[in-house]
Design a protein around this ligand. Sequence first.
Ligand code: HEC
Length: 144
Amino acid sequence: MFQIIAVYILSIMISFSVVAGDNRIQVDLPLMMKEHMLSNMRDHLLALQTITYQLSSKQYDAAAETAEQRLGMSSMDNHGASHLGKFMPKEMGSIGTNMHKAASQFALIAKDAEIEGGLEKAFGALSEVMKHCVACHEVYKVHP
Ligand code: HEC
């Protein structure tokens, strides 16, 4: 009886630690690089907010431009992606690259948002971009 209770309690503790625990992989970056990356991240969030505002106010070309310049392939040089990439696990770098590709893809689709059904497609493509934000955040961290 005692053993059954002990196993039961243990399994509850394990399931709690899975829910509440932080199993993300710690990525150690040089301080300046970490600060640079986090400041880029905050700009990514601002860019998403700007894009959703621009879509909601029918500024489709502007939404495409924001996405390409701030999140898309064009943004990679600006934030030194190749330099930063050397310090990241390979998988993390590819999620980043795929996010930039998805943002450039969104930019192409958003330009046609005024066509019938185009806005729905644009939101679908924006959700694809955000999937990559979520995927990376789920697995990696830079804060201890
Ligand atoms: C390749 C991985 C990766 C991608 C892609 C990514 N992030 Fe992050 N982001 C991180 C990591 C790692 C942190 C630090 C988390 C931690 O240490 O707790 C972070 C932190 C942040 C922060 C907090 C910044 C701060 O000052 O602490 C914001 C906001 C953020 N990300 C937004 C975004 C948005 C929006 C996207 C998508 C458009 C995105 N990120 C895509 C890896 C990524």
